[in-house]
Design a protein around this ligand. Structure first.
Ligand SMILES: *Cc1c(COP(=O)(O)O)cnc(C)c1O
Length: 483
């Protein structure tokens, strides 16, 4: 009995942990391999009902488990295979809807040892070397963001959402009545952050052509008459455009407003000497949100918030006797609790540290460049195809387009056709394509984060968009309410 429990409840760490993992990890890898072959496409076929039925067929009538478990080997084998067979796989080029990256194998492998040792980043006595590696990682990121600043710093977050929340929090600390101001192109998490912090809803500035412009921002700040925190975006969610950061920073400085840049998407283009000029003026920001689970190729989550002045982070400091007693800190134990709004915290920095060490900054930059170059090639392929229409030249790696067929229909019907094409491809598992609602209608969106795919990998996807639009056009036009 004792042995049996040790088997199923064996530990990952300690002297024997690696041996137990060596037994189990091959089962996970087999499940990954077999499930991927079983799926045979970018995503599972059949939509939500088929996926739910597949899970229920395996787990039976009880949700997941009755009183007796099936054992570690069976649970891992079956569920790993099920997960792989029923997932959309961002490592398939046809899975390109969101800023949802295919993680690098080196980062995933690093997570095994991090998971086994389970350092928790809220106190040094739970994470001695992990906290030191995190310190190096955030220093690297802070220097990348603020090459001229004497004392920049950065903290690890769960992603852009938390980083934007922290950006507004750091603005509110010295100015409790601060008004958030952002472009209509800003991510929804900015308004949510304001709501969570008890700040007024952001003042929304109209964006001419998808970017926040200095003149209307200046006008807004002039009439506001309150301390403001402006949120600019470097890589918008819908189109990947980058606000004119240096000009916006000048406006903010003239009006004494704080500037937070949401560079969750575009920020790690800083790793590429070629792309870096796109982010000109970024280091004028007071705080910057970045996401290494987009460009950065980390498993979720891997967010960062960089600040130009490390003293700004003092706003996060908090004392909890059991984690960072004053005498412990005085005796030289690093105080980690103030480096996050969370307490227990995963060592996400570890796999980021391994990845940066493996690739170097240039290596990371080359992957970002590859995605942006591929987006430009895909845009050219769309432009050259009369059955497709390109929205505009990509700035980063986002490409918006529509089947030309949709333009032959009344506007609302055309939009319905575009939306139906997306759902049809998703339900078939053929391609996972995003959507963006722009002033002139609904567009299909490809967000290219595959660091090896080329335009040739996207031609079949473009072909299925055209074929599906042609197949659905008559039906959609027929069901349209005449207007
Ligand atoms: C992805 C993204 C976010 C949200 O980040 P999460 O990591 O999903 O929390 C916020 N803003 C922008 C511009 C983004 O691209």
């Amino acid at each position: 009995m004792r042995e049996e429990i040790r088997g199923v409840a064996g530990l990952a760490g300690g002297r024997a942990g690696h041996r137990r993992l060596a037994e189990l990890i091959p089962l996970v890898l087999n499940g990954l391999a077999e499930g991927t072959v079983e799926r045979g496409a970018a995503g599972p076929a059949g939509g939500p009902a088929a996926v739910a039925a597949g899970v229920a067929a395996l787990t039976g009538t009880d949700p997941l488990a009755g009183p007796t478990g099936v054992g570690a080997e069976q649970a891992l084998s079956e569920l790993s295979r099920l997960l792989a067979a029923g997932s959309v796989d961002p490592a398939d080029p046809a899975c390109a809807a969101h800023l949802h990256c295919p993680p690098l194998a080196v980062a995933v492998a690093a997570d095994v040892v991090a998971g086994a040792l389970n350092p928790s980043m809220d106190s040094w006595d739970q994470a001695p070397v992990a906290s030191e590696l995190e310190r190096e990682l955030v220093t690297l990121i802070a220097r990348l963001c603020y090459p001229q600043a004497p004392a920049p710093d950065a903290v690890v977050t769960t992603g852009g959402t938390e980083s934007n929340l922290l950006g507004l929090l750091l603005a509110r600390e010295p100015a409790p009545t601060v008004r958030p101001v952002c472009g209509r192109n800003a991510h929804h998490s900015v308004a949510r952050a304001a709501w969570l912090l008890g700040l007024p809803a952001p003042v929304l500035v109209d964006c001419d052509g998808g970017r926040l412009r200095p003149a209307p921002l200046e006008e807004t700040l002039r009439t506001l008459g309150a301390p403001a925190v402006v949120v600019a975006t470097a890589g918008t969610t819908d189109t990947g455009e980058i606000d004119p950061l240096r000009d916006l920073a000048d406006v903010c400085r003239r009006h004494g407003a704080r500037l937070h840049v949401d560079a969750s998407y575009g920020g790690l283009a800083l790793c590429s000497a070629k792309l870096k000029p796109l982010l000109d003026g970024l280091d004028e920001a007071d705080s910057i949100a970045l996401d290494a689970h987009k460009f950065g190729w980390q498993p979720i989550s891997a967010g960062l918030l960089a600040v130009g002045r490390s003293s700004d982070l003092a706003a996060l400091s908090v004392r909890a006797e059991y984690l960072n007693a004053g005498d412990d800190t005085e005796a030289g134990l690093p105080d980690l609790l103030g480096r996050s709004i969370r307490t227990s915290r995963r060592p996400d920095a570890f796999r980021m540290a391994v990845t940066f060490r493996a690739l170097g900054i240039d290596g990371m930059g080359a992957l970002v460049e590859h995605c942006c170059a591929t987006a430009a090639d895909v845009a050219s392929a769309i432009e050259a195809d009369p059955s497709l229409r390109l929205w505009g030249a990509p700035t980063l790696s986002t490409v918006l387009f529509r089947p030309a067929r949709a333009d032959e229909l009344p506007a609302a019907t055309g939009d319905e056709l575009v939306a139906r094409v997306r759902r049809t491809l998703l339900e078939a598992g053929t391609a996972i394509v995003g959507r963006a609602t722009m002033a002139d209608g609904v567009w299909l969106k490809l967000t290219l984060l595959h660091p090896h795919a080329t335009v040739e990998d996207y031609r079949p996807l473009l072909g299925s968009v055209v074929t599906t639009a042609n197949a659905l056009a008559a039906e959609v036009a027929g069901s349209a309410v005449p207007g």
